[in-house]
Design a protein around this ligand. Structure first.
Ligand SMILES: [Zn+2]
Length: 382
């Protein structure tokens, strides 16, 4: 089976996060924490280094650093480099055209500022606005729900002019993807509850009627402007209830006639709900499926498996590459290196099966890695 060679195609990484300015990890266990979604203390000590992802990371970084393929040697080689140099080396080697950066997490003060990250990586960086963070900042400043809604609408009046190429919601992490329409009384009561808990210093927006109501304000504006809304779907840390992170929960949003022009991007291949996400991308014109090769932290075979599922189910024009890299530049790099490789292998299989010819497979690879995202997010050249 001949793989399609996608090595030289620069990627548009349509979903990732910043790299932290502090790249010095005191010991290897602290570094391992960057490669798990678990917050349990024993995981980096006892288990993380036994995952397929982590083993592959060590195998891949050893030749990159020119060191022995052991965890100790790789960690020593990384530790010998200062943070900016390490970040530049890995991002440049990843051959990135554009990073679409969720600036909502980690906090902006912890990561390289957007222009600096672009300089380090030799790439373009376009911020994505995380809705829940904007909502929380507005909710503490206004005394009524109506005023908060007005302020939210004003902030989102022209998303692209405001410097963002997309919006992102982490409703899956908060109250679930079954985003509903609530009565005014329910939304007002939820607003009052939020204000009460905010007075006690608890400003996290986990009040479902309130969050859903504000999301509808944002969706209506995004639909008018045809600005894509990315949804965190599926795999995440234990904070997300995976039952409510199933993309099928979005049915009410997808069925609403007002939102038919709203481009919806389902992040992280909805893992483990890739087939559900692929189905939605096959059925709804406005639904796109992100294929993320950094996080979820998977083995090669599992990445190949979700890529096959996506290519076999959704139109190729709906698939978008990402790394979901966060914190350490290794994740952005691993995503690009293995994303190209896995996608090339899966497309090679399609050639073998007679579904694509070689030039069609190369064009498909280019579309998934770069072209589809450039069109969807209206990334003008240069
Ligand atoms: Zn993410």
């Amino acid at each position: 089976m001949e793989s399609v060679n996608l090595t030289n195609i620069p990627v548009v990484d349509n979903h990732c996060h910043g790299v932290t300015k502090e790249q010095a990890f005191g010991n290897v266990e602290a570094w391992r924490r960057a490669f798990t979604e678990s917050t349990d203390a024993g995981m980096p000590r006892e288990h993380v280094h036994t995952t397929a992802f982590y083993r592959r990371l060590i195998q891949a970084l050893a030749p990159f650093f020119g060191c022995e393929a052991t965890e100790d040697a790789v960690f020593a080689a990384r530790t010998a480099r200062e943070g900016k140099g390490l970040t530049a080396e890995l991002l440049r080697s990843a051959n990135i055209d554009t990073l679409l950066l969720d600036t909502g997490f980690p906090p902006p003060e912890d990561v390289f500022p957007v222009p600096e990250l672009g300089e380090l990586g030799g790439c373009r960086v376009e911020p994505v606005l995380r809705l829940e963070i904007l909502m929380e900042s507005l909710l503490t400043g206004y005394d009524t729900l109506a005023e908060t809604e007005e302020a939210l609408a004003a902030a989102l009046e022209d998303v692209r002019a405001g410097g963002h190429v997309a919006l992102k919601s982490i409703a899956a992490y908060r109250t679930g993807l079954d985003i509903r329409e609530w009565s005014r009384e329910e939304a007002e009561a939820s607003f009052r509850e939020y204000r009460k808990s905010a007075l006690n210093g608890f400003t996290r927006l986990v009040h479902k009627p309130l969050l859903d109501t504000l999301l509808h304000v944002a969706f209506a504006l995004a639909a008018d402007q045809e600005v894509p809304v990315q949804f965190h779907v599926g795999y995440g840390d234990a904070d997300t209830d995976l039952m409510l992170g199933n993309p099928l929960c979005l049915r009410a949003v997808l069925e609403k006639p007002d939102y038919r022009a709203l481009p919806v991007v389902l992040l992280h291949e909805c893992y483990p709900y890739t087939r559900q996400g692929g189905y939605l991308a096959a059925v709804y014109e406005n639904v796109y499926l992100d294929l993320s090769y950094g996080i979820p932290l998977l083995g090669y075979g599992e990445m190949l498996s979700f890529t096959r599922a996506a290519l076999g189910l959704a139109p190729i024009s709906k698939l978008l590459y990402s790394s979901d890299g966060i914190g350490v530049p290794e994740l952005h790099w691993m995503g690009a290196v293995y994303g190209r490789r896995v996608l090339g292998q899966a497309l090679g299989e399609m050639v073998e099966y007679g579904e694509l010819d070689i030039s069609g497979a190369e064009a498909a690879g280019e579309d998934v890695l770069r072209g589809n995202a450039a069109r969807l997010y209206q990334l003008s050249p240069g």
